[in-house]
Design a protein around this ligand. Sequence first.
Ligand code: PLP
Length: 372
Amino acid sequence: MTTFAPSLIDTVIRADVRAMHAYAVPDARGFVKLDAMENPFELPVDLRDELGRRLAATALNRYPPPRADALRAKLREAMQVPDGCDVLLGNGSDELIALACIATAREHGSVLSPVPGFAMFELSTRLARLEHVGVPLRANFSLDVDATIGALRAKRPAVAFIAYPNNPTGNLFDRTDVESVIAAARHSGTLVIVDEAYRAFAPDTFLADLPRYDHVLVLRTVSKSGLAGVRLGYLCGPPAWLQQFDKVRPPYNVNTLTQCAVEFALDHADVLDAQAAVLKHERATLGDALRRLDGIVPYPSDANFILFRVDGPDGAATRVFEALKRRRVLIKDLSRGHPLCAGTLRVTVSTPDENALFLAALASSVHEVLSP
Ligand SMILES: Cc1ncc(COP(=O)(O)O)c(C=O)c1O
């Protein structure tokens, strides 16, 4: 057997990678799982049976269709991608974020995104050896337009990612603020990628605006609409940009089963749309219930999750998070991340039953922690 050689690891693996932790995904078996903004609904049984038959008929012995023309055409139509724009597919939007960083990486280059924001913007930036320019949001989680424009001028980043709505805060930035940033980005030579992962739950989108700009792309995913397991993200915009990113895309990055399953789901988009409508309704009900709980301050959300603050001494939010876990409810503890998220936890909006379980567990947990 080969001897383990840590010294070789030290010389071969990049120092920054050795210092990192792998993206932590907690084991959720046996929990009410409300930590990852998944859609809690499955497809109806008859559709699952039909999907099973379609998947069984795919040619798994062959590589997938390399550019997924059929799926791309369906997505363009279903999502009303504007004329003159195309879509580039990724193994989740995570992959497309990474590809955008790789394709734009140059010496002394940088990528900007508001913070707190989606963790993969910063991670992919750093892995591409680019500087991450994190511009803090204002205390009410709105975009700090002046600071963002200042950072664009000072750093001239290659890419600016703007999540619309934002994760983990859940709010949709003011459209005119985003437009001001987009206008400034044109002057700093920055490509703006508007990440609309939570589009299914939000009242606005920049997709129809794409033809107005030559430096804006819109990123979407099927993950939050019921298909997190298939891993498909898509980047929409002018073909000239997508052709460049296509060069760094691993061939066959979107597998045959994913292509088949998403095509099938798009043929039944009404089912997924109805599920999103239920979740939007549940978001309002859950938000009201959280507002009524002593010691809990929820923030407004245009996504399928709600960020809330635990109004207590230092460490109270983490203790509530742990108390929820003991009650077999898993949410996300953000309290030790960005200072603007101090004391906050994030919960995914789920079915009426799971939301009720969560609320009961939260009420007991808050009582246990804040008034023991
Ligand atoms: C803003 C944002 N973009 C992208 C993603 C990841 O999407 P995907 O599952 O397609 O990789 C997430 C997931 O939480 C997200 O919050």
